[in-house]
Design a protein around this ligand. Structure first.
Ligand code: NAP
Length: 244
């Protein structure tokens, strides 16, 4: 049976580094992305160079029918000889503005990508994982979902929702050796934070710097390992000491 790791939003940033880390651990990789094909191809090449298979799965995690069409079809067709053993719900977007000015679209796109996406994608791959009696689900949330950030009512709500779901699902599936955890990064250098003043914001971080996508990926690498078998339902922060 070929063992796969599915990383949503695997084309760029934190997701790309997670793909590379999991490929290094020997997983075949399913790289999900929404539209940036050239970035997804770059991730694919880097995974293949590590000696594993890497497939691109283009679908919008906020679109249930797109997930069924692309991921559902992959799961059905792969049923007997391939399994998604690791799922990283990483796709996310920011549309920051104060609540008074927040449009319906700014609200729903952020909720759909993080919270709805996590639900639909996880449900699609969960049953085979449970039947296999081993699995790892990791949800990439945010400091914003723990403490709330002004200008991010949508994003804070989406990530806090994912945290609640992580804790509930962990209890549902623990007896099948499927662990469910969340990682809450602080500020990490990527396209998502490219518009922020990194130098100024770094001053309020005890480590005086943004984190690197590879540092988040290293934590994913530990959580998928056999050594992390007894860790479930947790939210692990990785933020340079910004919040605890
Ligand atoms: P990024 O560089 O902006 O990359 C976002 C990724 O998500 C891309 O691969 C993008 O695909 C994908 N994506 C966006 N919407 C999607 C959709 N509807 N369907 C499928 N894929 C979609 O972001 P990042 O910084 O790596 O963030 C990764 C995760 O970490 C996010 O959940 C984010 O909320 C979280 N996070 C980031 C930070 C930070 O400081 N960077 C802090 C805390 C949490 P395309 O390339 O096709 O557009």
């Amino acid at each position: 049976m070929k063992k796969y790791a599915l990383v949503t939003g695997g084309s760029r940033g934190i997701g790309r580094e997670i793909c590379i880390r999991l490929a290094g651990l020997g997983y075949h990789i399913l790289i999900n992305y929404k539209g940036n094909e050239s970035a997804a191809l770059e991730t694919q090449q880097q995974c293949i160079a590590l000696g594993v298979d890497a497939e691109l799965l283009k679908f919008d995690v906020g679109d249930k029918s797109d997930i069924e069409k692309v991921l559902g079809a992959w799961v059905t067709q792969a049923e007997k000889n391939a399994l998604v053993e690791v799922l990283v719900n990483n796709a996310g977007v920011r549309h920051d503005t104060l609540m008074s000015f927040m449009s319906d679209t700014q609200w729903s796109e952020v909720i759909d990508t993080s919270l709805q996406g996590m639900f639909f994608v996880t449900r699609t791959v969960l049953n085979p994982m449970l039947m296999n009696r081993f699995g790892r689900i990791i949800n990439i949330v945010s400091l914003s979902g723990l403490k709330g950030m002004p200008g991010q009512v949508n994003y804070s709500a989406a990530k806090a929702g994912m945290i609640g779901a992580t804790k509930a699902l962990a209890q549902e599936v623990a007896r099948r050796n499927v662990t469910v955890n969340a990682i809450a990064p602080g500020f990490i250098t990527s396209d998502m934070t490219a518009d922020l003043d990194e130098k100024e914001l770094s001053q309020m971080i005890p480590m005086k710097r943004f984190g690197k996508p590879e540092e988040v990926a290293a934590l994913v690498g530990f959580l998928v390992s056999k050594e992390a078998a007894y860790i479930t339902g947790q939210v692990i922060s990785i933020n340079g000491g910004l919040y605890s």
